[in-house]
Design a protein around this ligand. Structure first.
Ligand code: MN
Ligand code: MN
Length: 291
């Protein structure tokens, strides 16, 4: 890989990991959900890097894709299991990382996703099949009495692209793609006390633009104008200034211009933990950019 690109990935990783740790320290009982989200996103902007996607803060059964809404009023509460998932980019080169804060007594649940990630990283190098990483993740999580979330997984990353092959499964499977030197991948095990599957919830706060084509509605046109600098990276509904988003956004989804990221949750009452790092694959130990 070109040295300059490589340094962008490393710098993005350093910024992401330090801000993620700082954000995790702000999650406490009675803290405002909105304040934490806005503060962390502001820290990224102040660092000179960009947000690769809105900060995801998903609580308890919610595994991913929740973030502050425009009229957000939640507070963190005793017992909450809070996932923070942060994406930072420099010139489009992305670092994607996540951690979980426990406001209850769920040490073992957090250990499960953390150890699963650690073991998968130990295996990750060129020539290894992604199914073997999934098997290691599954083993660590199941040994602790939890279920890995089977329909969520890690992924490749590229410039201004947050998800591309290979898929890194959270369960063992025969074969799968083979890792190659120079690949940038995110590994993200989720451990759950629930079913081990997430489903799409009604709530959607995050979208990305998939294609561009002309639209007639002036409001829709203004929304597309406002998100153009994202270059296809996801954005939050609360970032937009346009009114009547309840009509405009579903319309843009229907016409195929926007992709919605609904909140993904395991069954009601369950708790989910997540840990994630971004790494550069080599012929030897991977370089973990977000450590
Ligand atoms: Mn992530
Ligand atoms: Mn990811």
């Amino acid at each position: 890989m070109n040295e300059e690109i490589y340094s962008y990935y490393r710098d993005a990783g350093e910024i992401a990991s330090s801000i993620l740790q700082r954000g995790a320290g702000e999650i406490r009982r009675e803290a405002s959900y909105r304040d934490v989200v806005e503060h962390i996103e502001d820290l990224v902007a102040a660092s000179g890097a960009g947000l690769a996607f809105p900060l995801n803060v998903s609580i308890n059964a919610a595994a991913a894709h929740d973030t502050a809404s425009s009229n957000e009023e939640r507070l963190f509460r005793d017992g909450d299991v809070v996932k923070l998932d942060l994406g930072v980019h420099i010139e489009g080169y992305i670092a994607d990382c996540a951690t979980t804060v426990d406001l209850g007594k769920n040490d073992l649940l957090l250990d499960a996703s953390k150890e699963a990630l650690r073991h998968a990283i130990l295996l990750a190098r060129s020539g290894v099949a992604t199914g073997d990483l999934g098997a290691a993740i599954q083993k660590e999580i199941e040994e602790r009495g939890y279920r890995p979330i089977a329909n969520l997984g890690g992924h490749g990353l590229d410039r201004f692209v947050i998800h591309k092959p290979p898929n890194i499964p959270n369960i063992g499977m025969a074969g799968g793609a083979v890792l190659e030197e120079g690949m940038i991948i995110a590994i993200e095990p989720f451990a759950s006390t629930g079913s081990g599957f997430v489903s799409e919830q009604r709530k959607t706060e995050i979208y990305s633009q998939t294609i561009s084509k002309p639209v007639r509605l002036p409001q829709a046109r203004r929304v597309l104008e406002e998100i153009r600098p994202r270059r296809g990276l996801p954005f939050a509904r609360r970032w937009l200034h346009e009114k009547k988003l309840d009509i405009v956004l579903p319309n843009l989804v229907k016409t195929g211009l926007l992709h919605p990221y609904p909140v993904l949750a395991d069954i009601p009452g369950s708790l989910v933990s997540q840990h994630e790092h971004t790494l550069i694959i080599t012929d030897d130990e991977p370089i973990v950019t977000t450590r």
